[in-house]
Ligand binder design. Structure first.
Ligand SMILES: [Zn+2]
Ligand SMILES: [Zn+2]
Length: 172
């Protein structure tokens, strides 16, 4: 197991104004709950790229990048799906810069990498988690997996309820 970095002390880098640093850190990712289902993250520990720039007015501009796969049921056909998610997130934290320049993940120059990675992953999720982009899903009438059944899968049209009533009549 690689060493995990859940929080990172930015101040320890002792960057001077305008200076930058590129780091690769191993971050643990928790399983996500999405659409009532639980999705495990693979790998559970990703190597994330972290770019840190010390801004000339103080504080930091940060960029976090990593890729991960979610492991859980396809939202249309319920077969296992492994959607890939690419995360590219930026944060700015400048003491005294107001709310817009205050990152919720930085406190006393310590970056909460674990929380940032989790939230950034959630924000990067597609609207639907699918086994493939054009997943055909399940038949609305019988529940057959239409990916396997193919486009010719069809049902007889339901008989018109008025005719059903007529067929119940007994004409002696
Ligand atoms: Zn599917
Ligand atoms: Zn069907």
């Amino acid at each position: 197991m690689p060493a995990r970095t859940d929080s990172f002390d930015l101040g320890r880098l002792r960057l001077t104004s305008g200076e930058g640093r590129h780091l690769e850190l191993d971050v643990a990712l928790d399983a996500l709950s999405f659409g009532g289902e639980t999705y495990e993250i693979e790998p559970a520990v990703v190597t994330a790229k972290l770019d840190i720039s010390a801004m000339t007015r103080g504080g930091y501009a940060l960029r976090l990048r990593f890729g991960a796969s979610l492991h859980g049921p396809c939202m249309r056909c319920l077969e296992p799906a492994l959607p890939q998610v690419a995360v590219d997130s930026r944060e700015v934290d400048q003491p005294g810069g107001g709310e817009e320049l205050s990152s919720p993940y930085v406190a006393d120059e310590v970056l909460d990498l674990h929380a940032w990675a989790r939230d950034a992953l959630v924000l990067a999720l597609p609207a639907q988690l699918l086994c493939k982009e054009d997943c055909a899903g399940l038949c609305a009438i019988c529940g057959t997996d239409l990916n396997a059944a193919g486009p010719e899968h069809a049902h007889e049209r339901e008989p018109d309820p008025r005719w059903a009533k007529l067929s119940e009549l007994k004409l002696d």
